[in-house]
Design a protein around this ligand. Structure first.
Ligand SMILES: [Fe+2]
Ligand SMILES: [Fe+2]
Length: 147
């Protein structure tokens, strides 16, 4: 297991926490399949990695879309800041999968998942998602929050 759900920061909105837990399940499955490919470099195992990655990617598209739609609906002022973090993350996910398909570089994929993704996700939840969930719950924008 790469990420333990118990270590995941919680936000004020349950619908977001649920999606984050699903995300962790998919990341852990992908990690397991990466290790399987390292153990045995077969076409089957490569396809398994690619298919799990694609599942994780489409889940992430919906994960981000769910937050973005609610931000728009409630006129969350820093919408564009939050959305641009999502967009950058998706772009990188596409790039990493494409390069793995071409060069079979499983080490790069493993490092990306273990370091970049894990760090990004925890940081994103602790900052953007936390502030956004608080706004969804209370209607208080970070721009007008009391210090
Ligand atoms: Fe999120
Ligand atoms: Fe987010």
């Amino acid at each position: 297991m790469l990420i333990n759900k118990e270590n995941l920061p919680l936000v004020a909105e349950d619908f977001m926490n649920e999606v984050h837990y699903e995300d962790i399940d998919l990341i852990n499955t992908l990690h397991k399949n990466i290790l399987k490919f390292i153990e045995e470099e077969s076409i089957e195992n490569k396809m398994l990695v690619i298919n799990t990655y694609k599942q994780w990617y489409s889940h992430t598209v919906n994960h981000f879309k769910g937050e973005e739609e609610k931000m728009l609906e409630l006129n969350f002022p820093p919408y564009i800041v939050h959305k641009s973090e999502h967009d950058n993350c998706l772009q990188r996910m596409v790039y990493i999968l494409d390069s793995f398909k071409k060069d079979n570089n499983i080490k790069q994929l493993k490092e990306y998942l273990e370091n970049d993704v894990t760090t990004w996700l925890i940081n994103h939840i602790q900052t953007m998602d936390t502030v956004t969930a608080m706004f969804f719950k209370s209607g208080v924008s970070p721009c007008h929050a009391q210090h």
